[in-house]
Design a protein around this ligand. Structure first.
Ligand code: FAD
Length: 387
């Protein structure tokens, strides 16, 4: 073996595939029983519907290099993501756009009138001081009425915290579109893997020089590919949590986790769309995913009297929970610096991916970051140096 990759998510699979293609013998371990990390999906045997097991995943990118790379392993459908939000018993299109504005204010404004209205409402926070909390920041961007309808309670549910107690830095911008365009992503390329995520990931791992060992935890002493056995013996690309690698030496990094509750309902179509947000506090979940809508082209293979939905709620992760989104408080950032210093002292270990870098990464960003690491030559150099 020339290289050990810890984590079979998109970062780890991309490194493994590139390294194998370049002639290295690679072993990939993952503590889960499947490839693909959080992007994994599987077909529900009862309904024939492909369920994204860790929440909805839509592939989108404007990066030509990533788009060329991923299409070596899968074709993509022409799916375009659109999201709606239920507030006070009415459904609105998101992101906030001219359709949302006219529906919400009961108007028939054109772009300029709408722009002027939002600017006038945002001027409420007009005393010249920088907003110090999320609520003030949001009001300074879109005004109070839109903030209270679409942002306040949704954010409170996401963070289990009153938005007035959250730092302004949690939101950088709140996009308002002054057209009726409600495509959620504005990237050049978008779609879903035509034959499912699992088939895509299997194609990436199919190289004869890649050996995959699932259900294998890098930190489990006694297994032959554990940290204790492998460290210092060969180059490692590690895509698990960086704080865990260093035994939480500088303290745990904060994450938000999701509780995902999947249910089969006795109706063909529950909500008419793939994702419905719930903006108000009277509904405990932040959104409901309905997976049949991701593949209208497979409708003949789907059950016609049942559908699969997933209710999503959000909270701070406790020990043992799946880490999903970095919280990144000032204390977390300080700890991250400490871990990066420790990582610099591990010359044979490359830390990458969303857990290894403590950064939210979309799939295309994880792949782009892995391709860059690979092209930098650093993995090969170390591999050559240690063999
Ligand atoms: P991961 O997919 O997390 O893979 C890391 C792997 O390391 C995991 O499989 C884990 O089991 C393994 N591992 C960890 N510790 C160990 C250990 N000790 N031993 C062995 N293995 C270990 N991106 C999009 O582009 N579009 C979307 O619509 C989208 N939706 C998302 C929705 C949610 C709820 C979340 C959380 C993310 C979403 N993403 C989306 C982001 C996408 O999931 C990530 O970009 C991608 O998963 C990153 O890949 P990765 O390899 O860095 O990490």
């Amino acid at each position: 073996m020339d290289l050990l990759v810890v984590g079979a998510g998109l970062f780890g699979l991309t490194i493994a595939e590139r390294a194998a293609e370049a002639g290295l013998r690679v072993t990939v371990v993952d503590r889960r029983e499947h490839l693909g990390g959080n992007a994994y999906s599987s077909v529900d045997a009862d309904t024939g519907i492909e369920v994204h097991r860790y929440g909805s995943h839509i592939f989108h990118t404007s990066n030509e290099r990533v788009w060329d790379y991923v299409r070596r392993f899968t074709a993509f459908t022409g799916y375009q993501h659109r999201v709606y939000s239920t507030h006070a018993g009415t459904v609105y299109p998101l992101p906030i756009n001219l359709g949302t504005l006219n529906q919400f204010f009961g108007t028939a404004m054109g772009p300029e009138a709408a722009r002027a209205l939002v600017a006038a409402q945002a001027a409420e926070h007009g005393d010249g001081t920088a907003p110090t909390n999320l609520e003030d920041k949001a009001i300074s961007l879109i005004g109070r009425p839109l903030y209270e309808a679409f942002i306040r309670d949704y954010t409170a549910k996401q963070w289990q915290t009153d938005p007035r107690a959250l730092p302004a830095s949690v939101i950088a911008r709140l996009p308002v579109r002054y057209t009726y365009e409600n495509r959620y992503f504005s990237d050049t390329y978008e779609g879903l893997p035509a034959h499912g995520y699992a088939t895509w990931f299997e194609a990436m791992a199919a190289h004869p020089r890649i050996d995959v060992r699932l259900g294998t935890d890098f930190f489990e002493d006694g297994q032959p590919l554990s940290k204790g056995s492998a460290r210092g013996q060969l180059p490692i690309v590690y895509t698990g949590p960086i704080d865990r690698y260093f035994d939480h030496h500088a303290g745990p990094l904060g994450w938000r986790t999701l509780d995902l509750e999947t249910e089969t309902l006795p109706v063909r179509d529950f909500q008419g769309t793939s994702v419905m947000n719930y903006a108000d506090l009277d509904v405990p979940w932040t959104r409901i995913h309905e997976f049949r809508h991701y593949h209208p082209e497979r409708e003949a293979q789907h059950a016609q009297d049942r559908t699969v939905v997933m209710r999503e709620t959000s909270r701070f992760a406790l020990a043992g929970d799946e880490p999903y989104y970095p919280v990144a408080t000032p204390q977390d950032r300080e700890r991250l610096h400490a871990y990066r210093d420790l990582a610099d002292d591990e010359p044979d270990v490359h830390f990458g991916g969303r857990l290894g870098s403590y950064l939210y990464l979309d799939m295309h960003m994880a792949i782009a970051s892995a391709l860059s690491l690979w092209s930098s030559g650093a993995v090969l150099e170390r591999s050559a140096g240690s063999s």
